[in-house]
Design a protein around this ligand. Structure first.
Ligand SMILES: [Ca+2]
Ligand SMILES: [Ca+2]
Ligand SMILES: [Ca+2]
Ligand SMILES: [Ca+2]
Length: 593
């Protein structure tokens, strides 16, 4: 049972925050800064200021150049004539982060990226944002572009540059065009071209002789206003780009995370961002001016205090899975493999991927050889039936997340710890909503195809939840996903709605592990599909849902005594194998490391 007092206090906390908030990053520093902290990536296209801003010195490698970028851009913006980073021609980019996630404050712009634009000198760059969904501190997660005002851009524009030292830089694009980037020059009195620059245009620290950059190409903005003398004007777009409106125009250099779109140009709702990327969005050459390149001078969070407060509120609040951005009718199963390569319990090489949300880390194991996964996946499938493994593996038996929400977790437990608490302190977990996968329901009602017939008197399918604490003590909870054990057929049933699993009696925990077992087994193991579906982890139980909770018989057990392998009673975990007696009389064996 949920105590009313506790339920109310949790509701009061949630009311003050966004329901989709996800704390991703808050560095452990004495005081947080609104300004850019560090550059993660710098990959300019060739350009006339490449190898100058930042300056390439003989022997510099990419890491050294990135460190130079950080030194130019971190903290409050400095001199925009000299303390800047050039991105070169189309597609050249820089990625940076702050010492905290930037919250997407509703109805407000969220951060500034300053360039060095001036009137008639606009070199627009497009902004992209990303969340550290896998919690590894690296910008290796999905990226979303911030849409701007330009009409008729070319999406998915791709260009390849080739090294040609001290000469023109050749390029080809994916639209069948090619060209050369001429070295910028001025004409002397006799009409001879005198080069502006003596350094190479191609990134000197880069070993590859050609490379490809991709993005959205904006329509050319260069206009030649006179031929003799030759003058050019680079027009500004209305809004939405870096190095576009005058550098001193803070409003015109401000960005709203709500402008984010996915690869189909559909808006996406991001609660926080952890990384910002800027790339040059034009591929044009304007006479003696040369190519157009975006410059970055600095960046800052427009609402530091609100970002920090939103992170604090999100920590250990409800994980509703809505912060994982999915295309319609799709799922995430770890196939993007951003995690570390490990050997799983069966000896297979798998990728251990993490989904981190609100202070909890969920583990997914993806096997690229078989295209299979274990642990957890995230789905927004709206079908609630099972046709076959390929089309229906991510369907639950309802067709939505809890309370009609889009996203929910699909769990296929493996031996690994499914959920871990981020940080040093164990946390109490209120519980979660559970329902059956469509596949399990099909097996209960129509049979699993390996053992005879559908579920009948005596059959059951059960989820066992094992919590482990920092002191290595354990607690368990069992939930029947289907329960046909009674002799009275009227009591047979399976979970066919979202039901609350109360874990508050487990106390403060560090990890949760799951196991599905059933009465149907053959010589290879369980024949019932080993899935269950979850939503609103550590959420708030709906009292009416609990009163309707007739099938999910949740029983929890805590440790009451502990023994060594030879039966000696011990009062604290001891290295090696410990035998644990639980409050429901069951015995468990754990290995204490
Ligand atoms: Ca906003
Ligand atoms: Ca990451
Ligand atoms: Ca510029
Ligand atoms: Ca949900």
């Amino acid at each position: 049972m949920i105590k009313n007092y506790k339920t109310l206090s949790v509701i009061a906390l949630l009311a003050a925050t966004s329901l989709t908030a996800t704390a991703q990053r808050k560095d452990d520093v004495e005081s947080h800064s609104q300004y850019l902290t560090a550059v993660d990536e710098y990959r300019p296209a060739p350009g006339q200021f490449v190898n100058i801003y930042p300056k390439f010195d003989e022997g510099d490698n990419e890491a050294k150049i990135i460190e130079k970028c950080t030194n130019l851009l971190k903290g409050a913006p400095k001199d925009r004539e000299y303390s800047l980073v050039t991105l070169g021609s189309f597609g050249g980019y820089i990625t940076f982060h702050f010492d905290h996630s930037i919250a997407n404050i509703e109805g407000a712009k969220d951060f500034v990226v300053r360039g060095n634009a001036y009137e008639n000198g606009s070199e627009p760059g497009i902004v992209m944002v990303s969340k550290d969904t896998n919690g590894n501190g690296l910008p290796d997660d999905e990226w979303f572009e911030l849409a701007g005002s330009a009409q008729n851009p070319t999406y998915g524009y791709s260009i390849t540059y080739s090294r040609n030292e001290q000469k023109t830089t050749d390029w080809t694009d994916n639209q069948g065009e090619s060209g050369t980037m001429k070295r910028a020059f001025e004409l002397d009195d006799d009409g001879n071209e005198i080069p502006f620059h003596d350094q190479d245009y191609y990134p000197m620290w880069q070993s590859a002789d050609n490379y490809t950059l991709t993005g959205t190409r904006l329509p050319d903005n260069g206009v030649q206003t006179s031929t003799n003398p030759e003058y050019w004007r680079l027009d500004a777009f209305e809004w939405g780009y870096v190095d576009n409106l005058a550098a001193t125009d803070v409003e015109g250099s401000s960005f709203d995370i709500s402008w984010a779109v996915d690869s189909n140009r559909n808006p996406v709702k991001l609660d926080f961002v952890d990384f910002v990327r800027v790339y040059t969005a034009l591929n044009q050459e304007c006479g003696w001016l040369g190519e157009t390149s975006t410059e970055v001078v600095g960046s800052w969070d427009l609402h530091l205090d609100q970002s920090l407060a939103t992170i604090d509120e999100a920590m250990f609040s409800t994980v509703d899975f809505e912060d994982y951005i999915l295309q319609a009718e799709s799922s995430w199963n770890g196939s993007n493999m951003t995690g570390e390569k490990i050997t799983d319990e069966w000896g297979a090489e798998v990728c251990k991927n993490i989904y981190q949300s609100n202070g909890f880390r969920f583990t997914n194991l993806y096997n690229p050889q078989w295209g299979s996964w274990a642990g957890m996946a995230i789905s927004n499938m709206t079908a609630n039936n099972f046709v076959d493994y390929t089309t229906s593996q991510y369907n639950n038996c309802i067709g939505s997340g809890y309370n009609g929400s889009a996203n929910f977790g699909v769990f296929f437990p493996s031996a690994s710890k499914a959920i871990e608490v981020v940080g040093d302190e164990d946390q109490e977990v209120s519980g979660f909503y559970i329902t059956n996968s469509a596949w399990n329901v099909k097996a209960y009602l129509e049979g699993d195809g390996q053992t005879d017939g559908c579920f009948a008197t005596g059959d059951w399918c059960k989820l066992t939840i094992t919590a482990t604490r920092s002191d290595n003590t354990t607690a368990t909870a069992d939930v029947y996903l289907a329960d046909y054990r009674s002799d009275n057929a009227a009591e047979h049933g399976y979970i066919d709605n979202w039901q609350w699993v109360d874990l508050s009696s487990l106390g403060k925990i560090r990890t949760l592990a799951f196991a599905v077992s059933s009465s149907r087994n053959n010589e290879w193991g369980m024949t019932t599909p080993g899935y269950f579906c979850m939503d609103n982890f550590n959420g708030v139980a709906d009292e009416t849902a609990i009163s309707e909770n007739t099938i999910a018989r949740t029983t929890t057990a805590v440790e009451v005594a502990r023994y060594t392998i030879d039966g000696k009673l011990i009062h604290a975990p001891q290295r090696g194998i410990n035998i644990i007696r639980m409050s429901d009389g069951s015995m468990r064996k754990v290995v204490v490391k």
